[in-house]
Design a binder for this molecule. Sequence first.
Ligand SMILES: C[S@@+](CC[C@H](N)C(=O)[O-])C[C@H]1O[C@@H](n2cnc3c(N)ncnc32)[C@H](O)[C@@H]1O
Length: 303
Amino acid sequence: MTEYSDQRYLHAKRTVDDRALNRGVLDVLHASLSELGERPVRILEIGAGVGTMLSRLGDWGVLRRTDYVLLDRDATSLASARAHLEGWADSVTTAGEVLTVKKAALEARASFVAEEAFAFMAAASASARFDLVVANAVLDLMELEPVLRAIWGVLKPAGRFWFSINFDGDTIFEPESPLDEAVMRLYHRSMDERMRDGRPAGHSKTGRRLLTAIGATGADLCAAGSSDWVVFPRARGYAGDEAYFLRHIVHTIDEALSGHRELDAAQFATWVAERFGQIERGELCYIAHQLDVFGIAPKGVPG
Ligand SMILES: C[S@@+](CC[C@H](N)C(=O)[O-])C[C@H]1O[C@@H](n2cnc3c(N)ncnc32)[C@H](O)[C@@H]1O
């Protein structure tokens, strides 16, 4: 019996995201950050989870000196982020709540804020705005236009944003099953109807919606491209902890749709059991369509 853990899922997701992140969009981000010179870049990461984006941007040579705020409502994930960065770095020093981690060319002063994103951004001081806001696999869990306007409010005028791994309405499993069409339609609908703290919490077409919502809220979209997750078995099984990643995805769909009145309960239970069996035998492939975007925030006061 699998024990499910959000933190294990987020660590298992790292290699899947590594393959998926759109390198063209990332190159535009990298070039734009080099225009800022040698001073530490002030970065806010929304929904930072277990901290794998900061270590990735260090490993990939995208960041050198940075003051990096990891913001997440989940304190357990942030504790895991701190442990991950301590284990990953070549050197670690602590001053109060700030962890300074060094590895190769990266020197990051990381702080960890366990708070809801809208609340944090509403209270953020105008004198402590950010050069860059990063959000990976998180804007599709939020109401889009309000979160964009809140982000423009915490960025310096003409600050940068990089929103990656935004789900965009297509989930594919191989081998195909006759129930897939109904399961995916209802699963995507459950994302569109999801509420948290009394407000809409995401949409299944966030990726494509970003392409117009960014301009509509006064910012410039400079680069966009797909960042599909593609998970497949090799000769010796799945890479890294990706079998767990797949089990967690199937479990999430099971939790979202179990007892749904538009699904036959026995057929759905068989579908779930078959998907778990295919993971166990190294037969299941999984694709989720997603988009990455990079751009420049409004130059003046956000509208
Ligand atoms: C799918 S996970 C992605 C985590 C990380 N960015 C990554 O890609 O590994 C989404 C994260 O966003 C956080 N989150 C979701 N809604 C949030 C909100 N309104 N405020 C703060 N954090 C939020 C969750 O706690 C979770 O850690």
